[in-house]
Design a protein around this ligand. Structure first.
Ligand code: SF4
Ligand code: SF4
Length: 368
C-alpha cells in the first residue's frame, strides 16, 4: 500500500520495468530501480525526482499505450514528482500552494510589484520618484539601503529555511545511505551530473518533442536559465561585498564585475525561459503532467520577468524611468524569493539530492 494513487501507479510501472529492463541505459532512473526489489514511498519519490522527463523511455517502450500494460513512465513520474514537492513542503500548511501555484505566484507577484510602486510613491515625492538619479547611491534615494537589504535578506533567509526543512524531510524519506555525509566523491559526481544535466538527453539523442525528433533544445535553454540565475546571484554577492567591505555603492559602471555578471545572467534569464516556454508548448502532451503546467509556466515567467526588468533597468537607470523600473524589478525579485520554496524551483534541489544519493548508491554497489 502506498500513500497516494500516483505512488501506487509508479510502483506498478517500476515493477513492470524491473522485469523488462530494456531502458536501463537511458538514464539514472532504471539502474536505481534495478537496485531494488520492492519500493517504499520514499524510493518512488527518489526515482521520480531522478527522472529528467526526457521522454525517451516512452518512445522506446513496447508497452506504452495502446498496449494493455499502459506504461507511461515520463508522465507518471512527472505527476509523482510534482506531488512529492507538496508532500515535503514546509510548513505543511503551505503545501496547497503547489496545487494552485500559477495563481499563487501571479497574485504574490502582482501584490509585490504594487507594494514597491506604492511604497516608493508614498516615501518620496514625485520629483524623487520620477527624477534622474546618477552616481553611487542613486538607487537608495528611492529606498534606503538598510530597508532594501533588510527586506530582501528576510525573504531570502525564509526561502532558505523552508527549502532546507523540505529537503531534510525528503532526504530522510528516501533513506540516506550510510556514510553519505562525508563522501566527497559522490558529492562531486552529483555536482557534475547536475551541472551537465547529464540525464536530460534521452540516452544521448536529446529530448523528445511533438515532432518525434529528439533535440538538445530543452537542455540548452535549461542551461541558459540555470547559469543565468547563478550569474545574477553572483552579481548580488559581489555587490554586497562591494557595499559592506569596500563601502562602494551601487549602481556600478557597466564594466564593473557586478554589472558584467548581472548583464550576462540577465541575458541568460531572458533567452533561457523564452526557449523553455516555446519548447514546453511543443512537447508531446502525453509526456507531461498536464494538470500542473501552471507551476512550470509561473516559475519560468517569473524568471523571465526578473531578467527582463533587470536588463531594462540597467539600460534606463540614468533616466527618469529609473524609479518606476526599480520598483518593478524589486517587486518581481521579492515575489520570486518568497515563492521559491513553493514552486518549480524546488525541482532543482530535489533532483540534486536524488543525484547525490544515486552517486553514492553506485559507489556502494561498486564496493567503494
Ligand atoms: S519503459 Fe517500457 S521498455 Fe522501458 S523498461 Fe519500462 S517497460 Fe521496458
Ligand atoms: S523520461 Fe527520460 S529521464 Fe525520465 S525515466 Fe524516462 S528515460 Fe529516464
Amino acid at each position: 500500500m502506498h500513500g497516494t494513487p500516483i505512488l501506487t501507479e509508479t510502483d506498478r510501472l517500476m515493477t513492470v520495468c524491473n522485469s523488462c529492463r530494456y531502458c536501463e541505459g537511458l538514464c539514472a532512473v532504471f539502474p536505481a530501480m534495478e537496485m531494488r526489489r520492492a519500493f517504499s514511498d520514499g524510493d518512488l519519490n527518489y526515482l521520480a525526482n531522478l527522472c529528467h522527463g526526457c521522454g525517451a523511455c516512452y518512445t522506446d517502450c513496447q508497452f506504452s499505450p495502446p498496449h494493455e500494460f499502459n506504461v507511461n513512465v515520463p508522465q507518471t513520474l512527472a505527476i509523482a514528482r510534482a506531488e512529492s514537492y507538496a508532500a515535503y513542503a514546509w510548513p505543511r500548511a503551505l503545501a496547497g500552494a503547489f496545487s494552485r501555484n500559477g495563481l499563487v505566484i501571479s497574485v504574490i507577484a502582482a501584490l509585490s510589484v504594487a507594494a514597491f510602486i506604492f511604497g516608493f510613491a508614498a516615501a518620496n515625492d514625485r520629483s524623487v520618484l520620477f527624477g534622474v538619479h546618477t552616481g553611487p547611491g542613486a538607487f537608495y534615494q528611492l529606498m534606503p539601503h538598510g530597508a532594501m537589504a533588510g527586506l530582501f535578506s528576510a525573504a531570502f533567509l525564509y526561502a532558505i529555511l523552508a527549502l532546507v526543512m523540505g529537503v531534510r524531510a525528503f532526504w530522510r524519506d528516501i533513506g540516506e545511505p550510510v556514510g553519505m555525509k562525508t563522501n566527497a566523491k559522490s558529492l562531486l559526481q552529483a555536482i557534475r551530473d547536475a551541472g551537465e544535466l547529464r540525464y536530460l538527453d534521452g540516452g544521448g539523442v536529446g529530448c523528445f518533442n511533438e515532432g518525434d525528433q529528439p533535440t538538445d533544445r530543452r537542455k540548452i535553454f535549461h542551461h541558459l536559465t540555470f547559469y543565468g540565475f547563478i550569474l545574477c546571484f553572483a552579481a548580488t554577492c559581489v555587490g554586497t561585498f562591494y557595499h559592506y567591505l569596500l563601502s562602494y555603492e551601487a549602481p556600478y559602471p557597466w564594466w564593473d564585475l557586478p554589472v558584467v555578471l548581472g548583464t550576462l545572467g540577465g541575458i541568460g534569464l531572458v533567452i533561457g525561459p523564452i526557449g523553455l516556454l516555446v519548447a514546453k508548448s511543443q512537447r508531446d502532451r502525453v509526456l507531461v503532467d498536464e494538470a500542473r503546467t501552471g507551476m512550470d509556466t509561473a516559475f519560468t515567467v517569473m524568471l523571465l520577468l526578473t531578467g527582463m526588468t533587470g536588463l531594462v533597468l540597467l539600460v534606463l537607470r540614468e533616466t527618469a524611468a529609473m524609479g518606476p523600473l526599480l520598483a518593478l524589478h524589486l517587486g518581481f525579485v521579492f515575489a520570486l524569493f518568497i515563492t521559491l520554496p513553493y514552486g518549480k524551483f524546488v525541482h532543482g534541489i530535489y533532483r540534486f539530492v536524488s543525484l547525490l544519493r544515486y552517486a553514492r548508491e553506485r559507489q556502494m554497489m561498486a564496493g567503494e
